[in-house]
Design a protein around this ligand. Structure first.
Ligand SMILES: Cc1cc2nc3c(=O)[nH]c(=O)nc-3n(C[C@H](O)[C@H](O)[C@H](O)COP(=O)(O)OP(=O)(O)OC[C@H]3O[C@@H](n4cnc5c(N)ncnc54)[C@H](O)[C@@H]3O)c2cc1C
Length: 396
């Protein structure tokens, strides 16, 4: 039996998500029912390897799914991506030991459980900046004691596997950084519902607090010297950055669809439908241009990534640079596209009763997901100046 047409299934689900989005956005509540729908349709195993019972969707399918889901609800799409990207990253750049990766796969396939990496902290900001986590793991009898507070824990209300980045001090030497699996019902673990943001309000990206949290030895998943390269290598960035870009395109596409439908219908009492005005037409055309350009960049970068090891694959620009370009340019294009869509719709675009003001807020969020613009530009500058690439310091 062939696999489902995942983007088509995602499009159907997105219609349901769109109907629920305004309420979750207004209340800042987590859309549990969207995740029930995703689970029922089989999406939890979309990117899990076939050898582990999943569908092993290629990166382009994963991106198309992101776009479709985000047309319905950006928050659900962005949150869900944190789960799916993890399996893609591991397929292309193994970093988790077999025992834990098997467990994540089994959880997703058999139970529809979700996993996410929990790295960011108030003091640290993004670990991609090269800082050390303040969350600390200390070896104690029979295991580890973990203490600290994480911010931006997307899907906190529903996650099964919190993969938490910590620091381990080494006597007389530089510290290590390590990931531990934490469960919500571990002793000393609590979620503090802090997430009250401008956009992507329904991602449940709350704080995870660990106080006196004792974990057994086997919960240590990865450990490396602080400052050494992230074990996921370029795969970490490929699946994350392109997933964020595709999600952002989906949000901008929803704004485009709203503006175009509005322009066809809106006929002020002077009798002329606004789609006839040259200013409106130019803006609509410019939105098309920005969206098409973004898609071209994202899917070109995805193809370059897929073909990176094939004989004859072009060496320049390196796939990872194309991914950085696609992410930066897509974010800026989509922010501009939604802004133009707002201008097409006019004053009523500001009304809370219309979804377009939500798209205007949601479309910005990906700016603050890795790679951030400054760091991505630095990568491009190094390549242009024939300087060696910096090892990836981490993505969430
Ligand atoms: C909706 C949403 C969901 C998220 N979900 C998760 C999640 O599930 N898990 C998780 O761990 N994190 C998550 N994050 C956090 C995110 O990945 C970033 O870690 C967070 O936004 C902070 O990053 P920052 O670079 O702005 O922070 P900071 O490090 O405080 O940076 C502030 C500014 O300084 C610049 N800067 C900092 N260091 C450098 C440097 N070395 N070189 C150049 N410029 C620098 C940055 O570019 C930025 O402009 C999420 C964020 C958002 C918005």
């Amino acid at each position: 039996m062939s696999d489902p047409d995942w983007p088509a299934v995602a499009r159907k689900l997105a219609v349901r998500f769109a109907a629920r989005a305004a309420t979750h956005d207004r209340e800042g509540s987590f859309p549990f029912e969207n995740f029930d729908d995703l689970r029922e349709a089989g999406f939890m195993k979309l990117t899990v390897p076939r050898s582990q019972g999943g569908f092993e969707a290629p990166i382009a399918t994963y991106l198309r799914v992101q776009e479709e889901l985000a047309r319905g609800d950006g928050s659900t799409a962005l949150a869900f991506m944190m789960h799916t990207k993890l399996f893609g990253q591991q397929r292309d750049g193994p970093s988790y030991p077999e025992r834990w990766f098997d467990e994540f796969c089994r959880g997703a396939v058999e139970r529809g459980w979700l996993c996410n990496t929990v790295a960011t902290e108030e003091g640290l900001g993004s670990p991609a900046g090269g800082g050390l986590p303040e969350t600390v793991a200390v070896e104690v009898e029979g295991g580890w004691l973990v203490e600290g507070r994480k911010t931006f824990t997307t899907m906190a209300p529903l996650l099964r596997y919190f993969i938490v980045l910590t620091r381990i001090e080494n006597a007389g030497g530089p510290p290590d950084v390590a990931n531990f699996v934490v469960y919500r019902d571990d002793p000393g673990v609590r979620i503090v519902e802090t997430w009250d943001s401008l956009g992507m309000r329904a991602t449940g990206s709350h704080d995870l607090v660990m106080e006196g949290c004792r974990l057994s030895v086997d919960r240590l998943v990865t450990r490396r010297a602080a400052g050494s390269a992230d074990l996921r290598g370029a795969a970490g960035m490929a699946w994350f950055a392109l997933g964020v870009a595709a999600t952002t395109i989906g949000v901008a596409q929803a704004a485009r669809d709203y503006a175009v439908a509005y322009a066809r219908e809106r006929t002020p009492t002077n009798g002329r439908t606004i789609k006839e005005y040259p200013g409106v037409r130019t803006r609509i055309a410019r939105i098309e241009l920005l969206l098409q350009r973004s898609r071209a960049l994202v899917y070109d970068a995805a193809a370059a990534w897929e073909g990176r090891d094939q004989p004859g694959a072009p060496a320049t620009p390196p796939p990872i640079d194309r991914i950085a370009v696609a992410k930066i340019d897509t974010l800026n294009n989509c922010i501009e596209a939604v802004d133009l869509a707002m201008r097409v719709v006019g004053g009523v675009s500001l009304q809370k009763s219309r979804p377009i003001e939500r798209y205007y807020r949601d479309v910005r969020a990906g700016l603050h997901n890795p790679p951030l613009e400054d760091r991505a530009l630095e990568m491009l500058a190094r390549t242009a100046l024939d300087e060696p690439p910096e090892p990836p310091k981490g993505v969430e």
